[in-house]
Design a protein around this ligand. Structure first.
Ligand code: NAD
Ligand code: ZN
Length: 405
């Protein structure tokens, strides 16, 4: 039975033998722009001002800016440039306080005091649901500031300015945030689409080479599961990418960001209610390897190893033709990645493989049913619900032997 409710519109009301059941139903359309620009804080560049005014024009928008310490070190003039930009556009924006430098890298996600300080600052500067938090940094800073912003007043506006390859082509354009509590990576977090994402290529040119390479792993990942042509493009442009040729690097970042956005926007499960995690190809072991090595292997490096491992396993499982795993490994090596780490073979005191516990963690994170994305060809991901431990160990041995060649 459908009845009409004067304030909320139609409601489905069912009489059941246990009483009345009113079925609540609404949907909220989410949309946000992801821009690619350069010189964002050049006073002539009006992108930020236009972004602030997206839904409220003719207003002076209050902003609280957080800067990743790694970014602040690489561009010591950044805070002053932001202040000068705010002064130049004083009619449209004001800074709640001078830009705040925050811990960079995984540290900000792992020590609770950092999250508390972020929340304190959002509170003390009276950021409300119509002001903006602007996060400038790598994926870790975006994740931690994102969580603080998503929970203050149940969610204040967040503009992300990703500063690493990985955050511009993957994490920064997504809808999640998290910190690592209880010793578990990304344990505490929310799904919270940002107000906008503004990618500035200038930040990438300041990034240390190790981080700059690491982010390419996510491009290889998304190419492998979704876009065979992009995989071929990565193979053909591996030299240019490894030497940071700007046109190739920009294309890699933008195409990868687009594939991630398409998956989130049209894949049918943006908030990951189901068990499938196609974008987490290669990640079950990567997350575990990051933890085993206490983040000495960074996310992108761990993902490269996870990608190679699951490509070899796909062959051993009879899903992917023999030889295709070689192409994956060759590309990763060409880009500068290592495809094996001794952490893959570490055992705990009872002799159990540490890395294989990553499968159990993944299963628990998904809610009981294991769903792992493997490959049926280079460009097509397939889901499986069981992993053969002996074959996975064989895949690890193969990587070790190959690395030592
Ligand atoms: N929310 C998501 O959907 C999602 C997706 C993928 C990854 N992540 C998370 O992202 C994190 C990894 O992010 P990342 O790879 O961007 O690395 P990162 O944030 O750990 O940064 C790496 C290092 O580079 C420094 N840095 C950042 N930008 C710089 C710049 N322009 N110049 C100089 N130094 C700079 C940082 O201070 C840090 O020391 C992980 O915590 C991972 O879990 C989140
Ligand atoms: Zn990742």
């Amino acid at each position: 039975m459908t009845t009409s409710n004067a304030t909320t519109g139609p409601l489905d009301v069912m009489e059941t033998d246990k009483g009345e059941m009113i079925w609540q139903r609404f949907s909220v359309p989410f949309e946000f722009p992801v821009a690619f620009s350069e010189g964002l804080f050049d006073p002539e560049n009006s992108l930020l001002i236009e972004t602030l005014a997206l839904r409220e024009v003719d207003k002076r928008h209050r902003c609280l800016v957080f800067i990743d310490e790694g970014v602040a070190k690489a561009s010591p003039d950044l805070a002053a440039s932001i202040e000068a930009y705010a002064t130049a556009h004083a009619a449209h924006m004001s800074l709640a306080t001078a830009p705040v430098i925050v811990a960079g890298g995984e540290r900000i996600k792992t020590e609770l005091t950092h999250l508390e300080s972020l929340q304190d600052l959002i509170h003390e500067t009276h950021i409300d649901r119509h002001s903006y938090v602007i996060a400038i940094g790598g994926g870790a800073v975006l994740d931690a500031v994102g969580l603080a912003a998503a929970t203050a007043h149940r969610g204040v506006r967040l503009i992300r300015l990703p500063t690493t390859v990985l955050s511009q082509n993957d994490s920064g354009v997504g809808v999640k945030n998290a910190v690592n509590l209880k010793g578990v990576k990304n344990y505490t977090g929310t799904f919270a689409p940002p107000w906008a994402v503004l990618n500035d290529y200038d930040f990438i040119t300041q990034l240390p080479a190790r981080e700059r390479i690491a982010g390419i792993a996510e491009a290889v990942k998304v190419a492998l599961i979704r876009d065979g042509e992009f995989f071929k493009w990565l193979e053909a442009n591996a030299d240019n990418l490894a030497t940071f040729e700007p046109a190739a690097e920009k294309h890699m970042i933008q195409h990868c960001a687009r594939l991630h956005m398409r998956q989130i926007g049209t894949g049918g499960d943006p908030f990951e209610m189901g068990s499938a995690r196609p974008l987490d190809y290669g990640h079950w072991s990567a997350h575990k390897l990051e933890a085993i090595t206490r983040h000495h292997v960074n996310h992108g490096e761990a993902v490269a190893i996870g990608i190679a491992l699951d490509a070899r396993y796909s062959v051993l499982a009879g899903l992917l033709p023999e030889g295709e795993d070689d192409r994956v490994v060759s590309l990763l090596e060409h880009l500068g990645f290592k495809i094996f780490h001794s952490g893959l073979k570490r055992r705990d005191r009872s002799g159990q493989s540490e890395i294989m516990k990553g499968l159990a963690d993944f299963r628990e994170h998904l809610g009981g049913e294991l769903t792992i994305t493997l490959l049926s060809s280079l460009g097509v991901g397939v889901e499986v619900h069981e992993i053969d431990d002996a074959k996975m160990v064989g895949a690890i041995d193969w990587l070790e032997a190959r690395e030592g060649r």
